[in-house]
Design a binder for this molecule. Sequence first.
Ligand code: MRU
Length: 365
Amino acid sequence: MHSIRPVFWNGDSLQLLDQRLLPEKEEYLACKSVNDVTQAIRQMVVRGAPAIGVSAAFGMVLAAKTAVDRLLKENKEDHASKSSFSEMYTDLKEASALLKNSRPTAVNLFWAVEKILQKALKLENETLQNIVDGLEQEAEAMLREDIVTNKRIGDFGAELLPKKGTVLTHCNAGALATGGYGTALGVIRSAVARGKSIHVLVDETRPLFQGSRLTAWELRKDNIPVTIIVDSAAGHFLQGGYIQCVVVGADRVAANGDVANKIGTYALAVLCKENNIPFYVAAPISTFDFAMQTGSGIEVEERAAEEITSWKQTPIAPVGVAARNPAFDITPAYLVSALITERGLIFSPDADKLGNLPREGKMAD
Ligand code: MRU
C-alpha cells in the first residue's frame, strides 16, 4: 500500500503536501510560523478534519518556539519563572485564537489546540526550552496516534463492507484528510486488505473537487478501482442498485449523532434512506463534540463565492452573479446507519448511545 504523508514535522517547520495542486503536482509547502499554518488551513493547502487538527497542533508548537526566541532575546531567564511562563502562555492563547478562526466547522482543530494548551499548563514549572520540547512531542504523538486511530476505524468498518461490490464516497476522507490512511477511505483500504473486492464510486465534490482530484488520486496510487461521477449522478446510481453502501467522513459529530460533513452529504443520506442503502459515517472520537447537543448548533463555514463562479481564476459563471457556498451540511442522526469509530460501531446513533462512549483515554483493545 502506498503511503501518503500529507503532514510532517522536520524539527523547524511543518511540511504540508499542497492539496490545492493535486493531482498535477506533489509539492510540499513549509510553514514556519503560526500565521503560515493559519493561512494554509484557511486556503485549504491542508484540509480534512483530522489533518487540520494535527496541523493546528504544530502551529501551536511554532508559536511556542517564536515566544521562547523572543523571551530569550529579551534576556528573560531560560527558566519558567512564573512571569516568563505567563508571557509565553499569553502568546499561546493568541495563537490558539488565530488558529480557531481559520475554519469553524471541524471540531478536531479546536480539540487539538486545547490539547496543546493543556499540555503547556502541565509543563508550567519546566524551563522554557523543555516546554517547547514537550509541546513538540505532544504534536508528534497526535500525528502518530491519528494514523493508529484510522487503522482501528478501518478494522471495525471493513466488516460492514460487502465481499464484492461498489461503495460510494464523497469528498476526501482519506490519507490526505488525516495524519495518514484515512477514515472513510481507511475503511475501504482495510476491506481491500482483507481480500474484499471493492469498486469505489466517488462524487467529484463541487466546488473544489476533493473527490475527483484527491480521492481518485489516492485510490489510484493504491490500485483500488475508482470511478468518478458528478455529484448530481449519485441519486441515479443509488436508485439503480449499483451501490451497496455509502461511507463518508465527518467534520463534527454532535452529542445526539447528527453529523456535519462536506456539502452534499445530507442529500446522499436522504437518497440512501429512500433507496434502502446503508449510510455509514467513519470518524475518530476527536471529531465528536459532546458539548454540542444537536447538529443545529454547529457553525457551517460559508466560503467565498469565487470558489463556485471561477476555476483557477477563469470565470465559469457570468461575472458578478450571486453565489452561495456553504462548505458543509448537517445530516440528522436518524439517517445514519452506523458511526464507525476507533472504539467500535454505533448502529442507529442517538444521544443515549453516544452518552455511554468514553470521552478520553485509551482506545479499545
Ligand atoms: O472542506 P474540506 O475538504 O476540509 O472537507 C472535508 C470533509 O468534509 C471530510 O469528509 C471530513 O473532514 C472528514 S476527513 C477524514
